[in-house]
Design a protein around this ligand. Sequence first.
Ligand code: SF4
Length: 460
Amino acid sequence: MSARAAVDDRPRGTALLRDAGVLRRHGVGGPRYSSYPSADSFSTAFSDGDFTAALERSNAGGQDLSLYVHVPFCRHSCHHCACTRVSAESTRRAEPYLSRLDREMVLVSRHLDRSREITQLHWGGGTPTFLILDQMSDLIDRLDARFGLSGSRHRDYSIKVDPRDADVFTLRHLQALGFNRLSLSVLDLDPRVQRAINRHQPRVLTEQLIDEAHRLGFRSLGLELVYGLPGQTRESLAETLEQVIAMVPARLSLFPYEHRPERYAAQRRIRTEELPPPGERLTMLDTALAMLAEAGYVHIGMELFARREDPLTTAQARGQLSRSLNGYSALAPVDHLGLGVGALSRLGGIAARNPVSLADYEARLDAGRLPVERGLRLTEDDRLRARAIERLMCDMRLDLAVLGQQFDLDAGVHLEDALARLAPAERDGLVRRHGQRLEVTPAGRLLVHRLAAAFDARAT
Ligand code: SF4
């Protein structure tokens, strides 16, 4: 389907969302609930001792581990950025950070059972591919020395790749280091949009990397796009989607751009008059949904789409999809340990976060302390609500009777507050209730995190 045809004759995607009032009433922002409680509700009344006790407690369960490593550096400064990142010109800037990361690994790994398998690893940022190849090798060696990385072919080791900082040698190197899944930031291929967000990324860069990734046999390739960017129109987004679909990625993420210049300084450079109006954003979304469906992508939930044969799609169909701090996964849920500035952890009955300020992160480690800054001990109510949120977001349905059996209570009564908060979404056709069962509608899939928010008892 040509981009022009997609705009003019597109099959109507999610008709309900063309009623702009639904999006206005429920919004697209707010926590993504990759884990509940969200970091906004963490407290500073959480000590290093609370964290080390949780690490040791988590050994008793013997669960596999998922590691997240945050590499905050960026050579570029995109105007739409909302990430925890540090601008840097020289890769030498990363050296002291890598030393601090190693110190953190040493302090943490003392409390962890080395026999636990690291089945999942993700490097995010910032830009992990800011690191030069030797630095990447060094970081993998340190992770392996402290935790023992997995050689299993079932491992899920992924990295966020900025095509401007990577070439075929980078991909080969990443594969040699054990990564088997790549996530490429594309955002938009239209040069006018790229100019408006200060991100010059010629299409050929992305195409070459994707060709090479396919040739090397990377198990899974995901591309990240954003809609609602300055200068974007329904036609330009359709052109980008058409080109991206032709690259046949296994997964595609289409994030909504949230303009919050009061919170993210980089966004103050965006000219608000260039932002597409709400009605245009809605049409973009509708166009994208129709094009992706026609190209054979299944809407997993929120921003994520995957091909029919992708493990995420089959796991969702079997009711085996899980959601963790690394996002949706076809693997069973495991304990999650975050390393680096701003990283989140969840294991041993707690959730915790490292400082988002690089200076604070470094100062704690230099003082010989774990860099955990905030956290909370999970209550039974947190666990119940976390399960409800995870099942709703993964299965797009929730059976309160099953949930009640798992927690030995009447979930319909215990979650009465949440069910009452869902009533407006039910009226707007985002979710349906049949007795003890809740079912998210196709329109609700896009806003499933807003439905999950109804279960959030800690939201302020
Ligand atoms: S959007 Fe990504 S590459 Fe751009 S400045 Fe932010 S973290 Fe760096």
